[in-house]
Design a protein around this ligand. Structure first.
Ligand code: 5GP
Length: 190
């Protein structure tokens, strides 16, 4: 997605060789128009995948996913990043390890918002080591539903995430694929 790559080059900042900061349009301040355009790309790529529901992870996945759900006219569900206090069999939960934050967190999904016949598109803001997307996929599959695709806003292609997701057979579509980060350096794959 050219508009996104241009914006990353203009406003993104590589903190080091692994972390990209995009706080001015995605992770803190949000450019709603750019999010809407992202929705156009996700809709085009996934339009024939029979998607019935879109899942994302709070909080930075919400804006691009809401715009995609709006355009695809589908329900959107946000996975909560905390342990549910009510463990009465009403939720699916899984532990995810974050390498960026060097911590574990729980992903929680209410059983009310996913069904066995769902074909789910998972969307997230970043793909790094793939742990967040794999955690979301585990919840979908625990519910007996199908992961019909994974949409990523910014993929860091020099990390292992895409490989892990493809190994599981998931169709991964990323709007921008970063090949290299460094001091004052952001390079794309294509
Ligand atoms: P993964 O689970 O694929 O290792 O990491 C994905 C998650 O970590 C994303 O949901 C995102 O919140 C966060 N993340 C990973 N790398 C970056 C990065 O370079 N910049 C930002 N802003 N978030 C990142």
């Amino acid at each position: 997605m050219k508009e996104l790559k241009d914006r990353i080059l203009k406003d993104g900042r590589a903190l080091n060789e692994t972390v990209l900061k995009v706080d001015s349009f995605l992770n803190h301040q949000v450019d709603a128009k750019l999010m809407y355009e992202m929705g156009t790309y996700f809709k085009e790529y996934f339009k024939n995948h029979g998607i019935t529901r879109i899942l994302t992870i709070e909080s930075s996945g919400i804006a691009p996913t809401a715009m995609t759900a709006l355009q695809m006219e589908l329900p959107m569900v946000t996975l909560k990043k905390q342990q549910s206090k009510i463990l009465n069999g009403e939720v699916y939960q899984t532990t995810v390890h974050s390498f960026t934050k060097a911590m574990n967190y729980e992903l929680t999904l209410s059983k009310n918002y996913i069904h066995a016949d769902d074909k789910v598109l998972i969307i997230d803001d970043f793909l790094a080591n793939g742990e967040a997307s794999l955690g979301a996929a585990r919840l979908v599959e625990e519910a007996g539903a199908t992961v019909a695709g994974i949409g990523i806003v910014i993929e860091k292609s020099f990390q292992v995430g895409r490989g892990k997701l493809e190994e599981k057979g998931y169709d991964v579509y990323s709007l921008a694929r970063v090949a290299k980060l460094g001091k004052d350096l952001i390079e794309f794959l294509d």
